[in-house]
Design a protein around this ligand. Structure first.
Ligand code: ADP
Length: 633
């Protein structure tokens, strides 16, 4: 008799990403073996949640058994540990899809990025979430027997693998609904086949899981010897953490619960747990991770919020409750106002959703404000991970613009470091007498910003300038026009006016020089024609002969670059050419009577200014030619 025919048995290969994951996991997580139990129990708890949810509309799925839980048992002779649940279970298709592939997009890229350095890998793998596959840290073979809720006993499936590239699936018969995972333990993991060890690990990681975790214990006789009879004994609290009183929950419990909801190995940075009664009745438990999720910048990044209604799990990825710039927040919301049969569509335009979203957003922002105030170092580590995403905030969340702006951090001429650690509030505190604007500069890189000729006068006058060099900054500044009543002013814009920092004598002198230079400006204009928007003298430079600036309402260089990089057509930026009459080269240019030679000077100075502004020239040959002719004279 052919087994294959009878039991529909087939051997299949793992997706290559799964193979990579298994390999890396076994090699990088061996020092943290016990987490496999947390992962498996966590899956069982999710499976119970899913069954409860489906049973809301189809109570028959319970098959008369609505007490959901996880059971642990072991067999020292056979060297097996079994984790079984009576949750939703899996069909044959589910098994092949979930225990043979990783469905997340971007996974291949993620693995390609993993380094040879395995100490780092363990962190990265943690961010990725190893889930079911962590069974192979302790087992050299794993058997999964599962039956999906609603199917008959003979519609169950068995999955088996030694984690080395292949697995088998076959039809089996299974009396009870749910999933049973049998771990054939490795020699170096036999210590888990022990009552106290399992209790220890469960109380450490799975106390807060909403369903009971029980262990099979043999009764003892008077002498303490095990009798044949035994019973299931519950070994965790089995009260969903967020439903408990804040004052009764310690830090460790919050941290472990975080690992359960987020599938993250690292500890959370901070969290906020709140029960709200009144107009809205809900509990929220929101965590800020310490590390950015590996796919945070992917377009299809999933939100990390779970939605519960009256303690019943409703859905993962409830993105309706958090704006996109806070998409790194993990945790859950448990509402008493939403109907149990709520769907994503209903959530879309729902009053309760709106008000929960706004309350949770405020809560996260307040938590961040508090962290920024109380623990600068911690906030700095947050900013390093999530600063880029936070910069999406002012554009997305108009009503919290000021709050978000207060949380932004930048580099500035004050700190002289690329680290983004300056807040707008601290900038304002340091503003000079008479200064009413927040000055900033955007550039391609920190080095380009820091060395920009536009900074010369600011340095000379001791005025701080915020240096922005992230790609998103120019776009951000389209939305950030003022903070704390102070307007932002780009120092590469034509509207920049520093006369308030000059005394009368200086102003008088500038006026005179400007008069004297009128003819030079005219000659330059005549030479350049419509290649520039305007030519004028400037007094904001020191060691640089000339710069280009743009009109206040015109698109700036960085914005144009951003559009080009995004494949969009950017209108050509029209520059204003500003020359520094005090500079030796400009003086030589002014003294040049021959119009052709004068033109070469203009060419060189404009070319330099464009290089400083854009990093490239439209016609480098013309520029080089002009330099060579001047040098040759
Ligand atoms: P994750 O839990 O992060 O989705 P896992 O690798 O742990 O990833 O599990 C993959 C999928 O396999 C789960 O999403 C779930 O659909 C299914 N699964 C795992 N364990 C169970 C279980 N005990 N009961 C039902 N389904 C399960």
């Amino acid at each position: 008799m052919s087994e294959t025919a009878t039991f529909n048995k087939e051997t299949r290969g793992f997706q290559s990403e799964v193979k990579q994951l298994l390999h890396l996991m076994i090699h990088s997580l061996y020092s943290n073996k016990e987490i496999f139990l947390r992962e498996l129990i966590s899956n069982s708890s999710d499976a119970a949640d899913k069954l409860r949810f489906q049973a809301l509309s189809n109570p028959e799925l319970y098959e008369g058994q609505a007490d959901l839980g996880v059971k642990l048992s072991f067999d020292s002779d056979a060297k097996t540990l079994t984790v079984s649940d009576n949750g939703i279970g899996m069909t044959r298709e589910d098994v092949i899809e979930h225990l043979g592939t990783i469905a997340k997009s971007g996974t291949a890229d993620f693995f390609a990025k993993l380094s040879e350095d395995q100490s780092k890998d363990s962190q990265l793998i943690g961010q990725f979430g190893v889930g079911f596959y962590s069974a192979f840290i302790v087992a050299d073979a794993v058997t999964v027997r599962t039956r999906a809720a609603g199917l008959t006993a003979d519609q169950a499936v068995q999955w088996h693998s030694s984690g080395e590239g292949e697995y088998t699936v076959e039809d089996i018969s299974k009396d009870s609904r749910g999933t049973e995972i049998i771990l054939h333990m490795r020699e170096d993991a036999l210590d888990f086949l022990s009552d106290w060890r399992l209790r220890d690990v469960v109380s450490k990681y799975s106390d807060h899981i909403g369903i009971p975790v029980s262990i099979w214990t043999k009764e003892k006789d008077e002498e303490g010897n095990e009798k044949e009879e035994g019973k299931w004994e519950q070994i965790n609290k089995a009260q969903a953490l967020w439903t408990r009183n804040k004052s009764e929950i310690d830090e460790e419990e919050y941290k472990e619960f975080y690992k359960h909801v987020s599938h993250d190995f690292a500890e959370p940075l901070v969290w906020s747990h709140n029960r709200v009664e009144g107009k809205n009745d809900y509990t929220s438990l929101l965590y800020i991770p310490s590390k950015a999720p590996w796919d945070m910048m992917n377009r299809d990044h999933k939100s990390g919020l779970k939605l519960y209604v009256q303690r019943v799990f409703i859905m993962d990825d409830a993105e309706q409750f958090m704006p996109s710039y806070l998409r790194f927040v993990r945790g859950l919301i448990d509402s008493n106002d939403l109907p149990l049969n709520v769907s994503r569509e209903i959530l879309q335009d729902n009053k309760v959703t709106q008000s929960l979203r706004s309350a949770c957003t405020k809560r996260v922002l307040t938590t961040l404000e508090r962290m920024a105030k109380n623990d600068e170092e911690k906030y700095q580590s947050f900013w390093k991970e999530f600063g880029l995403v936070m910069k999406e905030g002012p554009a997305e969340d108009f009503s919290n613009k000021e709050k978000v702006a207060g949380l932004l951090r930048f580099a500035s001429t004050e700190t002289d470091s690329p680290e983004q650690s300056v807040s707008l509030a601290s900038y304002i505190e340091r503003m000079k007498d008479g200064q009413d604007k927040i000055y900033y500069l955007t550039a391609d890189s920190y080095a380009a910003a820091k060395n920009s000729p536009h900074l010369e006068q600011f340095r000379a006058k001791g005025i701080e300038v915020i240096l922005m060099y992230d790609r998103i900054d120019e776009w951000l500044m389209n939305y950030l026009t003022e903070f704390d009543g102070k307007q932002f002013q780009s120092i590469t814009k034509a509207g920049l006016d520093l006369s308030q920092f000059e005394d009368e004598a200086e102003k008088e002198k500038h006026k005179e020089t400007e008069e004297e230079f009128k003819s030079v400006v005219e000659r330059t204009k005549t030479y350049l024609g419509d290649r520039v928007k305007e030519v004028r003298t400037t007094f904001k430079l020191a060691s640089t002969p000339a710069v280009v600036v743009t009109d206040d309402f015109e698109m700036g260089t960085q914005m144009a670059k951003l559009l080009e990089a995004a494949g969009q057509e950017a209108p050509q930026v029209k520059y204003i050419f500003e020359i520094n009459p005090d500079h030796a080269l400009v003086k030589r240019m002014a003294d040049e009577a021959d119009e052709e030679a004068f033109g070469r000077w203009v060419e060189v100075l404009l070319g330099q200014a464009m290089l400083a502004e854009r990093g490239s020239l439209e016609d480098p040959t013309q520029f080089v030619g002009a330099i060579n002719q001047l040098l040759n004279k």
